[in-house]
Ligand binder design. Structure first.
Ligand SMILES: Nc1nc2c(c(=O)[nH]1)N[C@H]1C(S)=C(S)[C@@H](COP(=O)(O)O)O[C@H]1N2
Ligand SMILES: [Mo]
Length: 421
């Protein structure tokens, strides 16, 4: 057999769609709407299995988050909690678990680490299913990696507030991100021990939290999202520690997947099983969700989202008051899914002039840098602060982000309002 070429995500996705339409890829739990849309996009009629018409169930209403969510640190948004970005000032490079945002499709499950098992299964293995206890994982060589987890929808509400565009989804401002030091086992190591076959193309980790039921009552099953094998074998961890402690319940205890630089949904929490498949896989989380839909995109949406966007954010409350005539140290953080942050520029005059911010961390891919710039405002009144990051791939934050229906990957320069008094 010839060695498999690493495919671009777009080519991979197209091939996966062709294979699915030919009955060679699986799409368990993919919504009826998607099946029809995917088929329509490919110019084919599809007969939709009755099993895809899902049963109804009740959605959770309480936040369902275990850790305290003090008002100084968090804004609760349904089952999720957004970190107030200003509360990160002075927290250091790593986000303490007490401050780390939580994105839960349902509620945080309470799992017993001693009873937990990971099942690795599927026709992409050379033999049968394999089980790993936490003790088994702890015996394997460990790897530690500093990486952020950021929701693909982080910054979503700015489509409306800054660009006047309606979007669907949790109305995050900019605090759906945190950076931690994760320790665990390389997924590649576990897959190798489970007997990875040369036929494997996709893996799909699945969480042990409750089935996700959409607002219209469709049960999409457990949170799960296919990951191309090339990424799975690259830098992905099965993490059991966060900042030197066992993973807290809200962040995936006892074990989560950690996919550096990619959309947060890839980092499946409370992982219970991983399917290793010789045929490409679909789930609602790479068909209905986490693609770009809208003008300029194909009907079936863009290729599934992979890398996070470029952002730079001030550690200041919205509409913060600053005294005129005094020197203020403006601080913030910047990050990119496309590489390390190369520079950050700040403007206090609507972008007429920019000056370079000082970086306070060694820029690394998959992580953020703290930055600062001094400012002595002269005239009292409303003002707007701008920070603009550039990464090592040469990308600079644009003035606007192309609209997409679900408000993913906002990367425009944020216009941060303050009042000078
Ligand atoms: N099992 C499971 N994994 C999950 C989720 C979930 O609801 N259930 N949410 C995902 C999403 S959308 C994001 S952005 C990250 C958030 O990770 P955090 O809650 O640790 O910050 O977890 C991902 N992993
Ligand atoms: Mo997310």
């Amino acid at each position: 057999m010839t060695p498999r070429e690493p495919l671009t995500e777009t080519a991979y996705d197209r091939r996966r769609l062709r294979q699915w339409l030919a009955g060679k890829a699986r799409a368990d739990g993919v919504g009826r709407r998607d099946v029809l849309r995917l088929a329509a996009a490919a110019g084919l009629a599809a007969s939709v299995p009755a099993a895809l018409a899902a049963p109804h169930a009740t959605a959770a209403t309480a936040s369902g988050i275990v850790k305290p969510l003090p008002e100084e640190l968090f804004t609760v948004r349904g089952t999720n909690a957004e970190t107030k970005f200003a509360s990160l000032a002075g927290t250091g490079h790593l986000t303490p678990a007490s401050h780390f945002f939580v994105r839960n499709h349902t509620t945080t499950p309470r799992l017993d680490a001693a009873a937990w098992k990971l099942t690795v299964w599927g026709d992409g293995l050379t033999g049968g299913a394999r089980e790993f206890t936490l003790a088994d994982l702890a015996r394997l060589p460990s790897t530690t990696r500093t990486a952020y987890v950021e929701c693909a929808g982080n910054g979503r509400s700015l489509f409306a507030t800054q660009q006047g565009q309606p979007v669907a989804g949790t109305a995050w401002t900019l605090g759906a991100i945190g950076t931690a030091r994760w320790r665990g086992v390389r997924l590649a190591e576990v897959l190798r021990r489970a007997g990875l076959s040369h036929r494997a193309v996709d893996i799909m980790p699945r969480g042990l939290d409750d089935d996700y039921v959409t607002a219209d009552g469709t049960n999409l099953g457990r949170v799960r999202r296919p990951l191309p094998l090339a990424k799975a074998l690259d830098d992905v961890l099965l993490a059991y520690e966060m900042n030197g402690e066992p993973l807290p319940p809200d962040h995936g205890h006892p074990v989560r997947v950690l996919v550096p630089s990619w959309v947060g949904i890839a980092s499946v929490k409370w992982v219970g099983d991983i399917e290793v498949s010789a045929t490409p896989l679909y789930s609602p989380w790479n068909t209905d969700f986490y693609r770009l839909f809208g003008p300029g995109q194909p009907a079936e949406g863009s290729a599934p989202l992979t890398r996070q966007a470029l952002k730079s954010v001030f550690e200041l409350p919205w509409n913060a008051s600053l005294r005129a005539g005094e020197r203020h140290r403006l601080t913030g953080r910047a990050w990119s899914g496309g590489g390390a942050v190369a520079r950050v520029d700040v403007s206090t005059d609507h972008g007429t002039t920019w000056r370079r911010a000082r970086l306070h961390d060694v820029p690394r891919p998959g992580s953020w840098v703290r930055w600062s710039a001094d400012w002595r405002p002269r005239t009292p009144g409303p003002a707007v602060l701008l920070a603009r990051a550039t990464d090592t791939s040469g990308r600079t934050q644009p003035d606007t982000t192309a609209h997409n229906a679900q408000g993913y990957l906002f990367d425009a320069v944020v216009r941060h309002p303050v009042t000078v008094e």
